[in-house]
Design a protein around this ligand. Structure first.
Ligand SMILES: NC(=O)c1ccc[n+]([C@@H]2O[C@H](COP(=O)([O-])OP(=O)(O)OC[C@H]3O[C@@H](n4cnc5c(N)ncnc54)[C@H](OP(=O)(O)O)[C@@H]3O)[C@@H](O)[C@H]2O)c1
Length: 387
């Protein structure tokens, strides 16, 4: 059902991914058919969509789970669901402009944020085959998108701009929260967060504080001030690997790190384990390592004896559950989480945003958000880079 106050055009602007490869595979068009909401869906007029690493990885075909194939698609549910053309963009903020069959028309006009998962079933406490909008179905790098009504959560908060809301999208926040719940992180525990200045890392720092845990950020010195302001107890420079463990223990006053949230992998993961097993007699729980990313390398060499003799518990994490998304949306509504928005770019300039994201400088913290050109003055311009 449409609404006279929200006229929906037959065609829209969208950035379509036409195949695996470089940014030339992203094609901006203004004649893409506007989707129609199906049963149980809402049609959302997109005002802001955050960029994630997964957009680039999916485009380049960088999801090997076995072997080192050159181009591999994400295929958690069996067959790959990424087909072309595809509109990417997982973390969508916008307004409901029409509803499909079975959805209350009172939703029209609501501002909301998407729970980005394409859940394989209705279970709220487990998500075994995480796929997502912008990958297995069209996402938010467009003017309109059709989404399940129950996954488009109403977030009225007038103090939060739409681009800021998109920067708090579930691809980062739900992953961060699931890393913590998987490892059973509790109030009072010391948590080491790698890749701390990124989308997931900044979410982890805040979420640790929300539940009463103590986050130690692994990052770079020029980002320390901002990370401390966000809630980090201390910031450990990731630069000098030889002294890394000693510097972490110095920051904790010699107390053990209870759990590590690893987004970096590569050569650092073994050192992260060292920070937890330095003195087993000082620990109260098993060492716990949650892994959800590999920004520093997809292969780590770790001796199995170290894992089983020290009883290191390792948790692989992808996305999260409906329950976790609902909890995060509640915390956003309650104002317990803050946006970390680095900059906005116009949808037509997504190529430039991609290049900027890959070569970002040392002042980068948090998220880049893409705003449809027609929404730019209202939702994008206030957060644009000074250029
Ligand atoms: N499993 C999932 O469901 C899921 C969901 C979202 C993201 N991810 C993955 O999680 C990782 C983080 O995502 P994100 O969105 O937070 O990424 P991001 O915004 O790009 O941040 C990654 C951070 O990692 C650090 N880093 C980058 N290269 C590094 C290197 N070579 N060595 C050490 N640190 C390095 C940097 O932080 P500092 O400068 O502060 O060190 C960077 O800001 C990515 O690998 C992403 O693909 C997985």
């Amino acid at each position: 059902m449409a609404d006279a106050h929200f006229p929906v055009p037959a065609t829209m602007a969208a950035m379509r991914l036409t195949g695996h490869g470089g940014i030339d595979k992203l094609e901006y068009r203004e004649d893409v058919a506007t989707p129609t909401p199906g049963p149980g869906e809402v049609l959302v007029k997109v005002t802001a969509t955050a960029k994630n690493n997964t957009d680039r990885k999916a485009r380049e075909g960088l999801y090997p789970t076995k072997g080192r194939e050159e181009v591999t698609s994400f295929a958690m549910g069996g067959a790959p669901t990424l087909t072309f053309p595809r509109i990417q963009g997982a973390d969508i903020a916008g307004r409901v402009v029409a509803v499909g069959e079975g959805v209350d028309a009172a939703r029209i006009g609501e501002r909301g944020l998407l729970d980005f998962n394409l859940y394989p079933d209705a279970r709220a406490d487990i998500n075994l085959a995480p796929d997502y909008y912008g990958h297995g179905a069209d996402g938010g790098f467009a003017e309109y998108v059709a989404l399940p009504s129950e996954q488009f959560h109403h977030i009225p908060n007038p103090d939060l701009g739409d681009a800021e809301l998109a920067s708090m999208g579930m691809c980062s926040y739900q992953t961060a929260y699931h890393m913590m719940t998987a490892a059973g992180v509790k109030a009072g525990e010391r948590v080491l967060v790698s890749g701390a200045s990124g989308g997931v890392g900044t979410a982890l720092i805040q979420l640790c504080r929300v539940i009463g845990a103590i986050p130690y950020a692994v990052s770079q010195p020029d980002k320390a001030e901002a990370l401390l302001a966000l809630g980090a107890e201390a910031v450990i420079d990731r630069g000098d690997l030889d002294t890394f463990v000693a510097r972490v223990l110095e920051a904790t006053g010699g107390a053990p790190i209870d759990a590590v949230m690893d987004l970096v992998g590569g050569a650092m993961t073994d050192l992260f384990i060292d920070t937890m097993i330095a003195d087993m007699s000082a620990r109260e729980t098993y060492p716990r390592l949650s892994i959800a990313g590999a920004s520093g390398g997809n292969v780590s060499e770790i001796m199995w004896t170290r894992i089983y003799l020290y009883q290191v518990q390792i948790f692989g994490v992808s996305h999260g559950t409906r329950e976790e998304a609902a909890q995060l949306m509640a915390w956003i509504r309650e104002g317990r989480l803050s946006p970390v928005l680095h900059a906005t770019f116009k949808l037509s300039q997504l190529h430039e945003a991609e290049r900027y994201f890959v070569s970002r400088g040392s002042d980068y913290l948090g998220k880049i958000v893409i705003v449809p050109d027609a929404e730019w003055q209202t939702h994008g311009a206030p957060f644009a880079l000074a250029r």
